[in-house]
Ligand binder design. Structure first.
Ligand code: HEM
Length: 125
């Protein structure tokens, strides 16, 4: 499955699209049809993010097991918080804490993503 690990472009594409869908869904009225559909497509992108990230992880994690492990963990946590914001928002529950956690986890995920050695590593080891 070389196409998954030859570069990080596929992974980047999936999480950029995922973030756009997340912000779009969050901006829509809680019980609108558009939001429901956007969230369904977003859930497909969660899977694509995990497949593309997971393939990179299994290929390259021996370079630095701890930092790749943290990248994996925080990537999953970011996705988890996206889901929490949307599901709680739909139920009319408060989302402030989950927006905050989303922002923190996204920052850490981006930090490790750009720090790790593939492609853009401008926060080098
Ligand atoms: C919303 C969630 C995620 C975001 C925003 C994100 C972001 C990033 C970024 C910015 C990079 C660096 C790309 C580059 O420099 O070319 C990257 C690479 C990577 N991501 Fe993710 N990611 C997410 C989810 C995940 C998940 C869930 C996993 C694991 C299943 C994962 C595993 C990886 C791996 C292994 C790399 C390669 C790191 C390297 O050596 O440069 N990511 N990601």
């Amino acid at each position: 499955m070389d196409f998954l690990t030859a570069s990080t472009h596929l992974h980047i594409t999936t999480w950029v699209v995922g973030l756009i869908l997340f912000f779009a869904a969050a901006a829509m009225a809680a019980d609108s049809k558009g939001r429901k559909i956007t969230q369904m497509i977003l859930r497909v992108f969660y899977i694509l993010i995990i497949i593309t990230g997971g393939a990179l992880f299994f290929e390259f994690s021996s370079i630095n097991a701890m930092e790749y492990g943290l990248k994996f963990l925080f990537g999953l946590l970011t996705i988890g918080m996206m889901e929490m914001v949307l599901v709680r928002g739909k139920k009319g529950k408060s989302t402030g804490l989950f927006w905050l956690l989303f922002a923190v986890f996204l920052f850490v995920t981006l930090f490790y993503g750009f720090r790790l050695p593939l492609n853009l590593d401008f926060l080098a080891f």
